[in-house]
Design a protein around this ligand. Sequence first.
Ligand SMILES: [Zn+2]
Length: 410
Amino acid sequence: MIDIDRLTAEIDTLAGFSSHPSPAVTRVLFSREDCDARDWMARMFVEAGLVVRSDAVGNCFARWQGRDTTRAPFATGSHIDAIPNAGKYDGVIGVLGAVEAVRMLRAKGFQPERSLDIILFTAEEPTRFGIGCLGSRLLGGALDSAAAAALEDVDKNTLETLRAQAGFSGLLSEVSLRHGAYTGFVELHIEQGPLLERDGIDIGAVEKIAAPAAFRITITGEGGHAGAVLMPDRHDAGLAAAEIALAVERAALETASADTVGTTGVFLIEPGAINSVPCRAVIEIDLRDTDLATRLRAENAIHQAAYAVADRRGVSLEWETINSDPPAICAPELVASIESAAKARGFSSRRMISRAYHDSLFMARVCPTAMIFVPCRNGWSHRPDEYVSPEALARGVAVLADVIEAQLGV
Ligand SMILES: [Zn+2]
C-alpha cells in the first residue's frame, strides 16, 4: 500500500527548503536551501535503506541493491530544484514518489534481482546558469565538461567554484554514463499542461519528448532622431526584429505539424527612447518540435527570412545558436509497461507528448526511457498554486512501482 499521507507530508517538508515563503518554492542550484534540501533528501534515502553516492556535478544516486550485482541496474528519478516562485510538485514527485514506490515494494516483500538507482538530477531548471538539465545533460554526454566547468552565474561564479563549495569534487569529465549503464529509465512527473485533467485521464504514458532549439539574433541598424531621419533613409533595427518575430510565427504555423511551436520571448531595443530610431535589437527565439527534421526545416525558414529582412532593410545581423537539442522518442516497451500497469490497476491512461523538456530527454541518450505523467490542477506549473491531488499522486506512484517491479524482477 502506498502511504499517501506520509508522501504528501514529505512533499510539504521539502517545500519548506525555500528562499521564498510558502506556498511559493524557490530552490536555486547550490543555494543554501538547495544544499539543505539535498542533505534532507540524503537522510531520507538512507532511512529508506538506500545507499547514496554523488557525482562531480552533484547528481545523487540512491541505490536499492538487487540480488544480482552483475546485472546493469534500472533507474528512475527527477529533480528537486525549483525556479523562483514555483510550486512544490514539479520534479519532486519523481524523487519522493520513487522513494515511496521502493518502500511499498519492500513492504510487500518484493526482493529485486536487479538494482535500482533513484537519481536526483542536478539543476533541471536553467535558473542559475541559463542552461536546463545540467546534471542529466552531463550524464547523457550532451555537454562538454570543460564548457560546463566554465559556466557562470550572474555574479560571475563558475560551476567549478560553486560545486566545490557545495562539496562536490571529482572530474566533471567522469560524470557521463556509458551507453547501457542502465537497462532503462522511467521518470514520474506532473503533466504541466491541462490535457489529462480536462479529459479525466489518470495516467499519461509519454511516447515523445519535444526539444527546444534556442537562438539569439542581434541586429545592428542606424539610430537617429525620430523627427529628423526621414522614412526612406531609415535602417530601423527594431522593425527588422519585429519582422523576424513574425517570420518565427509563420515558420511554426507552416510546418503542418501541430507540435511545432515558435516563440520570440525576448525582444530588446536600444536606445529605447520614444524619440530615437532603434539602432540595435536583440531577440531570442525558442523553437520546439517532437520531430527534428520538421524543427530544422522551420529553423531554416526563419534563418532565410531573417537574412532577407536584414538585406532589404540595410541592417546587419548576427545569428547565434544558444542550444539545439534533439527530441527523444521514448522506449516502446516501457511505454507499453506503463500502459499495462495502469490498466491492471483500473486507471485510465493515454499516450502523449511531453511539450516541456525533462531530464528524461538526456537519459534517453544512454538507455531506453519513458515518462509517467499525472494530472495537475488546471495544468498549472512553475507557480505557487501548482497542485496535484493525493489521489492522482498515489496513482502515479503505484504505476511507477509496478513498472519498477517488472524491471527489477528479471
Ligand atoms: Zn520538472
